[in-house]
Write a protein that binds this ligand. Structure first.
Ligand SMILES: Nc1ncnc2c1ncn2[C@@H]1O[C@H](COP(=O)(O)OP(=O)(O)O)[C@@H](O)[C@H]1O
Ligand SMILES: [Mg+2]
Length: 224
């Protein structure tokens, strides 16, 4: 089994003026390729901070992050951005879609950012239909339901075939019905493409889909 992602004794201290918040107090973690992991814990315990560090959106105060064999602390900012683009797909609670672009256009933009070209229309169609959006390809975000928007965001996260999908409360803004659909899509992506997924959730039903649940409290993993 291949370790796709690893952290060693990660800490993160935020400083705002003179106030310091220790958001992470030594997190060591290893995730295998193809695992579907849930991160749970009370609000403020450091879940989003951990996810942002794993995705190279933030730098740790101390400790190590190794993504697919590459130590993020040993590379330049430019290389870190490159690793993020090649290996990571993000899904957030707010869908963060471009309102003026269609579903297809949002995916095309992600392709362009990733590889600098016009992308692959065939693959976009395939991914959108896997997420049951084949009839919504030309809809803009406001012409989609919340669940559909989150599925477009999920399509965008996987369009460039990243090794790892990081999702921060992806069903946090969805009703029960839409949550179910989106979670089923995560599960399918995980099973069909062996995509590694790390998902923050407050929902025990969502976590029940996962291979492993990591519980956090006060900046630490309390069991996993
Ligand atoms: N950008 C930031 N600047 C200062 N403090 C922050 C920032 N982001 C998060 N925090 C603080 O760090 C702690 C952990 O936050 P976060 O990782 O967002 O927790 P969670 O996602 O589990 O709710 C909280 O006390 C929060 O207020
Ligand atoms: Mg959070």
């Amino acid at each position: 089994m291949k370790t796709i992602l690893q952290t060693e004794n990660l800490t993160k201290i935020y400083k705002v003026g003179k106030v310091e918040t220790q958001a992470l107090r030594g997190v060591s973690l290893a995730v295998n390729q193809g695992e579907f992991v849930a991160i749970m814990g009370q609000s403020g315990c450091g879940k989003s901070t951990l996810l942002h560090l794993l995705g190279g959106l933030l730098s740790p105060t101390s400790g190590k992050i190794i993504i697919d064999g590459e130590d993020l602390s040993k590379v330049s900012d430019a290389q870190r951005t490159d690793i993020r683009r090649r290996k990571i797909g993000f899904v957030f609670q707010r869908f963060n879609l471009f309102p003026t672009l269609t579903a297809d256009g949002n995916l095309r933009l992600a392709e362009r950012i990733h590889s600098g070209n016009g992308g692959n229309a065939e693959r976009r169609r395939e991914v959108l239909s896997l997420l049951k959006l084949e009839n919504k390809i030309n809809n803009k975000p406001l012409e989609l339901s919340g669940g559909e928007q989150q599925r477009v965001a999920l399509a965008r996260a996987v369009i460039n075939n990243p090794a790892i999908i990081l999702a921060d409360e992806p069903t946090g803004n969805l009703d029960t019905e839409n949550s179910k659909i989106v979670l089923e899509m995560f599960k399918q992506l995980n099973e069909k493409f062996n995509q590694t997924i790390i998902m923050i959730t407050h929902n025990p039903e969502a976590a029940a889909n996962c291979n492993r649940i990591i519980n956090m409290r006060d900046g630490r993993i309390v069991d996993n």
